[in-house]
Design a protein. Structure first.
Length: 333
């Protein structure tokens, strides 16, 4: 997750105008039960181990631009190709320290489901130069890889599922911004919704959901975002977790999707901010201690992650993705 001024900071622009009551996609698909039961935090571990090895072999990081990031792209693209997805690695250009670099994102889409109604989920693939970025954000990447490989590239779904893995999130959200800005109007309109996952296993984990947060001056997201947020909340409730609905900030790859008026939601476990006593009472962990003591540091390694939170967020993401993918109801804009 990129550096932000504060969790819950306000994005500019209009807030959601959704009605209070919205019909959510029901939990009726057998594929929902199968996928949620099949995915797990344990299933993400081979991917986390692979990304840790990549960082260890490339100067201790997977930063954009750099060989650790390039190897991460190759790994993710290979996993999803093997799982039967249509995979591309579109490029974008960015400037860093006076030089121009060409960098790849990874985009993977199912071969089934309507391409006119795409359920999209994404996570940033880069780390900061100071560390391997396992919580931030190999955990989000590994969660989506676990979901994608369990689901397979040709599941029996109504709406296509697309995964995006973004470069240079830690440098002004370059990868996701370039992707959204490069879409034609028709391609943008075909994305029914976007779900972001960034930092899913903070050691002193919190449970935060974006999408539809209310309050004066808050940024709840474009119309449809509250529907995405409510489904994420429901899926976490099914895990026994009472998540906290919070405003979108400017620190992760949801930003360009929100600004493009695409219904958007997201989850994260907290970064360098401090857990309150009330949050500790609700979720466990230590009050008055930051969510991730290794945030943007060399100690952000696989041995520091919270595996319970990773399991909970992976299940919630899987349930949310498949509910929208198998439903004829998608958020209205």
């Amino acid at each position: 997750m990129a550096v932000t001024a504060a969790t819950g900071a306000v994005l500019s622009g209009c807030s959601s105008t959704e009605p209070t009551e919205i019909q959510l996609p029901p939990v009726t698909s057998p594929l929902h039960s199968e996928l949620v039961a099949g995915v797990s935090g344990a299933g993400t571990m081979p991917h986390l181990e692979a990304l840790q090895r990549i960082a260890d072999s490339n100067g201790g990081n997977r930063a954009t631009p750099g060989p650790g990031y390039d190897a991460s792209v190759d790994y993710v693209a290979g996993v999803l190709r093997d799982a039967g997805f249509d995979v591309t690695t579109p490029t974008f250009t960015m400037r860093r320290r006076g030089q121009e670099f060409t960098v790849r994102n990874v985009i993977a889409q199912t071969r089934t489901g309507s391409p006119d109604h795409v359920v999209m989920a994404g996570a940033h693939l880069d780390s900061v130069p100071e560390g391997p970025g396992i919580n931030d954000n190999a955990t989000g990447v590994a969660s989506l890889l676990e979901i994608g490989t369990r689901m397979g590239g040709s599941p029996p779904i109504t709406n296509a599922v697309r995964f995006g893995f973004w470069g240079a999130e830690e440098i002004d959200l370059n990868g996701s911004t370039a992707y959204v800005e490069g879409l034609t109007p028709a391609e943008r309109d075909a994305i029914a919704l976007y779900i972001n996952i960034d930092m899913a296993a903070s050691p002193n984990a919190g449970y935060f959901v974006n999408g539809g947060a209310a309050g004066r001056g808050s940024r709840s997201g474009p119309p449809g975002s509250a529907t995405v947020g409510r489904v994420l909340m429901e899926e976490l409730t099914a895990k026994g977790v009472a998540a906290e609905l919070v405003r979108f900030d400017r620190g992760s790859d949801h930003v360009p999707f929100v600004e493009a008026n695409i219904p958007t939601g997201g989850v994260y476990a907290g970064d360098g901010e401090t857990k309150t006593p009330e949050q500790a009472a609700a979720w466990g962990g230590e009050a008055d201690v930051v969510f991730d003591v290794c945030y943007h540091q060399a100690c952000d390694r696989i041995d520091t992650i919270n595996r319970t939170a990773l399991d909970d967020f992976t299940d919630a993401m899987a349930g949310t993705i498949i509910r929208f993918a198998t439903s004829h109801e998608v958020p209205a804009r």
